[in-house]
Structures are given as structure tokens and as C-alpha cells.
Design a protein around this ligand. Structure first.
Ligand SMILES: *Cc1c(COP(=O)(O)O)cnc(C)c1O
Length: 367
């Protein structure tokens, strides 16, 4: 059974698929896509507008194709966070890290990829769209990564790309730099470390491994800690040979002059933008303790979200009850679990109040 008309020559691999669709519905507290709840400051918004005004006078011309200024800025940013010494030649920038992931599959996907489930659902989905073979590796029952088992599965799959997400989405759990190095020594192709939430974590970034292990490639994004999801800016830190390969698969002028300008200005305000990270970590600790007071289980998280379980209501029903109360969180399709993004204090209070009431109402109907 297919939703597609017979005459449409849609690729067979795409026929059973549905478009990515985290619900974008209005809610009082939007806690479903791990965005930063704090908007950029008025000063930064103004600085972006002024830069865009200048760039706009030149929009009759194609943008700077290699985004050299922006990539140099990203290199400096990474070096300041990780005491690394990467240069513009080690950075690739694109329209969100999703485009980075797509480019990796286009350039390196021929011999397939492996990831460890549950993890970021876009990895296998983009693999499928690019006709890259994908293997679902296993995690332990508590969703932590079993490195010994992962090594066995990698050896068996012999993939070109091994995906590790740390801190992992949707669980929030992370692995250590020593464990990443252990995997880098055994993967047959590239070890792709998706660090979308790295700024929230106290683990050492895998960018520090690239000099020793040139097969380590690290995906970062401005969408989460940086409060910049709407601008669409993701980037890759890798050996020069990896970056050079991506020039083969990128579309010409893929990164708009407006995007480049906005991201360059945002990097100039990085201290202000990352200033919210500490507050979000504190808020995460508060939400975690409140969830535990409700006798729920929470996976320890080093990101800006929590995966929780232990409620005796089916997850889709609890999700809908919360939405009816004005709180949009995420049903990630794991039976018995829901994921909540950490918001402002007001968002988090609304979430905990709504959840407390739903659970109490449920208890009283059971009596
Ligand atoms: C949110 C997220 C991304 C970010 O995607 P963008 O396209 O940069 O917005 C990448 N990887 C993971 C694991 C994520 O959760």
C-alpha cells in the first residue's frame, strides 16, 4: 500500500518513507526539539541586521563559495573551547549539521554506515535518502553504549562510516574521550562523532583526537547551545583530506551570503550566546530532581534535555495530555519514555506542574 500515484517515478527506497515531522504546534512551553529557549539579545539581533544590510547590497552576486571567513571564525571558536589548533582547512560549514551528515553520506557512504540505537533518528533517515546502507547497532538495556559490543558490531559490518552521538540524543548520556579514542583505533573508515550538544557537556571534545586519529570527524552545530537554530548553521571539524572530499559533493554556493553573515556576527557574540549554557544546566538539574520526586526514572544527561520513564500511562497519551495543558514535549517512539527539552524556569515549572497534575489525576481514578 502506497500513498504515491503509480505514474510517479519516485525512487523505490523513498516510497515507504514519511517526511521528517516533529510536530510544530503552538504551545505555551515548546520543549520538543532541543532548541535553546533564550532568544538572542536585541544587541545581537541589531548587529545581524546591520551586517545583513551591507551584504544585501551585494546580493546580485553569488556568495563567497568557500565561506572562508566564516570557517576561519569557526576554527577560532573551536580552538578557544578545546585548546586545539585547527585551521580553516579543518572546517566545513553547511545549512545545519543535517546537510553535513548528507554530504558525508554522499562522499563516503558507498560501503555503508552503522550507528547505535536509540540515537539521532536523522542519521539512518538521511542514509536511506542518499541510498547509503545503514546498520542499527545495539546499546545496553539502559541505553548506554557497550564499547566492546560496538567494536564487534563494527568489525562485522565493516562500514565506511561509524556514527557516535555524544551526548547522545534522545538519551542525553555521553561516552568518554578514551572510549572515542578506543573506537577510532578500530573503525575501518571514518568515526563520525556527532557533538550537537557538546557545549552542555564537561567531556573533552573529540576534536582533540583529530591530529592523532585523522579518521575522526566531528559534527557541531549552532542550533542548540548557540541559540541559532533558525539560521541553519552546522559545521564539521576534520582532517583536511576529509574537508577536501566534501568540496566534491557540495552544491555550488550552498551557503547563502545571508547565512554566512549572520553566523559570522553570532560568533563575535559567542560569550553572550554561550552564557545561557550554565543556566540551562542548572535548570536541567532542577527538572531532573522534580521528575525524581514524582518517582520517575531519568537517564543522567549531559545535554539540554532529559529522557524519562516510569509513568504508567502510555507515552503517546501522556504526551497528548501535556500538550492539552500547553506543554509540547517529544515522543521519540521509545515505548514507555518521553523526552523533554530544558526550557526557561517558567517553561520548566509549567511542565512539572502539568505532569504532576496528570499523574495525580491518574492516581485518583485508580483508587
Ligand atoms: C539537533 C541535532 C542536530 C542538529 O541539526 P542541525 O541541522 O544542525 O539543526 C544534529 N545532531 C543531533 C544529534 C541533534 O540532536
Amino acid at each position: 500500500m502506497s500513498q504515491w500515484p503509480e505514474w510517479l517515478p519516485l525512487n523505490s527506497g523513498l516510497r515507504p518513507l514519511f517526511p521528517y515531522g516533529a510536530p510544530q504546534v503552538p504551545a505555551e512551553a515548546v520543549l520538543n526539539t532541543n532548541e535553546n529557549p533564550f532568544p538572542i539579545s536585541a544587541a545581537l539581533a541589531k548587529a545581524i541586521a546591520s551586517r545583513v544590510e551591507i551584504v544585501a547590497t551585494n546580493l546580485n552576486r553569488y556568495p563567497e563559495r568557500d565561506a572562508t571567513t566564516l570557517r576561519a571564525g569557526l576554527a577560532a571558536f573551536i580552538n578557544s573551547l578545546s585548546q586545539s589548533a585547527v585551521t580553516v582547512d579543518n572546517i566545513w560549514a553547511a545549512n545545519g549539521s543535517n546537510e553535513i551528515i548528507q554530504s558525508l553520506f554522499l562522499a563516503f557512504g558507498e560501503k555503508g554506515a552503522i550507528g547505535f540505537t536509540p540515537s539521532y533518528s536523522m542519521h539512518p533517515l538521511i542514509a536511506r535518502v542518499t541510498q547509503t546502507g545503514w546498520i542499527d547497532g545495539q546499546r545496553r538495556a539502559d541505553f548506554s553504549l557497550d564499547i566492546a559490543l560496538a567494536k564487534e558490531e563494527i568489525a562485522q559490518a565493516n562500514p565506511a562510516l561509524t556514527f557516535i552521538t555524544t551526548p547522545n540524543n534522545p538519551t542525553g548520556s555521553s561516552i568518554t574521550i578514551a572510549e572515542i579514542a578506543e573506537l577510532a583505533q578500530v573503525v575501518p573508515g571514518l568515526l563520525v562523532v556527532d557533538e550537537a550538544y557538546a557545549e552542555f557537556s564537561d567531556e573533552i571534545s573529540a576534536v582533540t583526537l583529530i591530529t592523532q586519529y585523522p579518521n575522526v570527524v566531528v559534527i557541531r552545530t549552532m542550533s542548540k547551545a548557540f541559540s541559532f537554530a533558525g539560521a541553519r548553521l552546522g559545521y564539521l571539524v576534520a582532517d583536511k583530506a576529509v574537508i577536501d572530499s566534501l568540496f566534491l559533493v557540495r552544491l555550488p554556493y550552498h551557503l547563502s551570503a545571508l547565512t554566512q553573515a549572520a553566523a559570522e556576527v553570532a560568533l563575535e557574540y559567542r560569550d553572550e550566546l554561550l552564557g545561557n549554557v550554565a543556566a540551562l544546566i542548572k535548570n536541567r538539574e532542577w527538572v531532573e530532581s522534580e521528575l525524581k520526586k514524582l518517582h520517575l526514572s531519568v537517564i543522567p544527561s549531559k545535554a539540554n534535555f532529559l529522557l524519562f520513564s516510569g509513568f504508567d500511562i502510555p507515552a503517546p497519551i501522556l504526551w497528548k495530555s501535556l500538550l492539552d495543558a500547553g506543554v509540547l514535549i517529544r515522543d521519540v517512539g521509545l515505548s514507555g519514555y518521553l523526552r523533554v527539552t530544558i526550557g526557561t524556569e517558567a517553561d520548566n515549572k509549567l511542565f512539572i506542574q502539568a505532569l504532576t497534575k496528570i499523574i495525580a489525576d491518574r492516581e485518583s481514578t485508580k483508587k
